[in-house]
Design a protein around this ligand. Structure first.
Ligand SMILES: [Zn+2]
Length: 519
């Protein structure tokens, strides 16, 4: 769109009458483009919109309309005021006003004293935003065209100094109204603001922010990686930098950082799909009292988290229909749809060890024998990786494998529950479990996925999950980006800061750091 409300208010028939013919033509061309865009937007329905592929995360494509509507509805109570932030400085431009959420929301209530509101920072720099082209006719505005400030905001950010160390800056951003175009129009310089997006309906993404990109990335790291609650983040920033932020501003900053990362979702999905073997695991995750699942997929250089239902469709949509790699997972039925699959031996060994430690001598005997065979096979696989054996391990250890099978078949209906279960589990997935014995280079454990979930389990126990769909989405996106950077030995802080900086300007995002070369 070329023309804002501010532009349209200045335009009337009298103004058009006075325009010379060439100006009239230029203005008409821009009005026509805007009209067509507005018309297309009016005619847009879910069926013809180009948005649906990106307006839903890949793993949610199988969701029914009802489910989607239900999850959209749950966001209503969650509108976090970003007036908290904007009003900390000066009035925002009218076009860019935030949507007002009528319902009571968590955090500061309207009228309550905001923490950002009264705080004064020493201004360390200034930045003037000046439109380069006339909003009405599109002509370049002369550099010396008269202008007047109409709004301003402060941005507090952390700067990394070349000589080492950090410095806190406070930049005053001024927005100008620029006059002086020969068509007589006054052009209002507007800060960038991302278009409305149904997935992020309560999360603004804009240049107009109290918290600069570096500081926003610190807030994200403190929350996601260091697992600090919003209250603790507030305390830490106050203690270290003397910045007093409201919980609402911290919450908004986190969701905005998540939204900034949204275009990376498809990249992460694609990179995890192409780098098999993929390790998968899942754990329960409450979202505003509803039990969902936090899934993780880990490949050699990518970590992808997503929160949603515990269904095969979720996983199929994340992995993609064409996924042809090996999937390492536990015995949960959802994973069994993938034929090219592996099982985690560490879990099986733990279960066998549990049986061996049983006080029931009979169970302990069988468990001990199973454990001994499994341990021997693990040893054989590990040494086969070092130096290839003279013949296939399956032939070398045929007797052990036969004995393990015999034990499982004998105890599949055993009166002891745990023994019966382990025997059944081994028989049920026999071929898949024994694959590393015939292909020793395949991984034996699901440690990458299990260790990727462990910090999330701790975070869940601290935060009790997320409170709405956009909160879950932001959480999973930020966790994916941070953990992928860590896996690639890159600074997640610097990368996230660059992503937030670019997204707030509507620029294309920096590419994910490359994975270090494998030796
Ligand atoms: Zn003009």
């Amino acid at each position: 769109m070329h023309l804002s409300d501010h532009d349209l208010r200045q335009m009337d028939e009298g103004w058009l009458e006075k325009l010379p013919e060439d100006k009239l033509r230029q203005v008409s061309a821009r009005m026509l483009q805007d009209l067509k865009e507005a018309r297309d937007r009016l005619n847009q329905t879910p069926d013809n919109s180009s948005r649906p592929p990106s307006s839903r995360a890949p793993w949610e494509k199988g969701q029914t309309e009802d489910e989607a509507a239900a999850s959209d509805g749950s966001e209503d109570g969650e509108k976090t005021p970003h007036e908290t932030e904007a009003s900390a400085v000066e009035p925002e431009p009218t076009q860019a006003g935030p949507p007002s959420g009528p319902k009571k929301k968590p955090g500061r209530q309207p009228g309550a004293p905001g923490h950002g509101r009264t705080q004064k920072f020493a201004i360390t720099g200034s930045h003037t935003h000046r439109a380069e082209r006339c909003a009405a006719c599109g002509e370049p505005l002369p550099d010396d065209a008269p202008s007047q400030a109409y709004a301003a905001w402060q941005e507090v950010d952390v700067e990394v100094l070349a000589e080492g160390g950090l410095r806190l800056n406070c930049i005053r951003h001024t927005l100008l109204d620029v006059t002086g175009c020969c068509c007589g129009h006054t052009t209002r310089t507007l800060p960038y603001r991302a278009k409305a997006d149904a997935l992020w309906d309560n999360v603004g993404l804009s240049e107009w922010r109290l918290i600069g990109p570096n500081l926003a990335a610190i807030v994200a790291l403190l929350s996601l990686r260091m697992r600090l609650s919003r209250a603790r983040i507030r305390e830490l920033l106050d203690e270290l930098f003397g910045i007093t932020l409201s919980i609402g501003v911290i919450d908004q900053t986190l969701r905005e950082a998540g939204r900034a990362c949204a275009p990376l979702e498809d990249v992460l999905v694609e990179e995890v799909q192409k780098a098999a073997p993929v390790h998968a695991d899942e754990t329960g995750w409450p979202e505003s009292g509803v039990l969902l699942w936090l899934w993780v997929l880990v490949s050699a250089s990518t970590v992808l988290y997503f929160i949603g239902a515990r269904t095969r469709e979720m996983l199929r949509n994340a992995l993609g229909d064409d996924f042809g790699g090996v999937l390492m997972a536990d015995g949960y039925t959802v994973y069994r749809a993938w034929l090219d699959r592996l099982r985690c031996w560490a879990r099986l060994l733990r279960k066998a060890r549990g049986l061996e430690e049983s006080t029931d001598g009979r169970v302990s005997g069988v468990g001990g024998e199973m454990l001994a065979i499994l341990t021997k096979l693990v040893g054989a696989v590990l040494s086969a990786r070092e130096s290839p054996p003279p013949e296939a391990l399956t032939a070398l250890h045929a007797q052990d494998i036969r004995r393990l099978r015999e034990l499982c078949e004998r105890h599949r209906d055993d009166g002891h529950k745990k023994l019966r279960e382990l025997a059944g589990e081994l028989l049920n997935d026999w071929e898949v479990i024994l694959r590393p014995v015939s292909e020793p280079d395949l991984p034996l454990t699901n440690n990458p996925a299990e260790s990727a979930l462990r910090p999330m389990v701790i975070a869940r126990n601290i935060s009790h999950g997320t409170r709405c769909a956009s909160g879950s989405r932001a959480y999973a996106l930020l966790a994916s980006v941070i953990e992928t950077c860590r896996l690639r030995k890159a600074s997640s802080w610097h990368y996230l800061a660059e992503v937030i900086r670019a997204a707030r300007l509507g620029a294309s995002l920096p590419t994910l750091p490359l994975a270090p070369a494998v030796n």
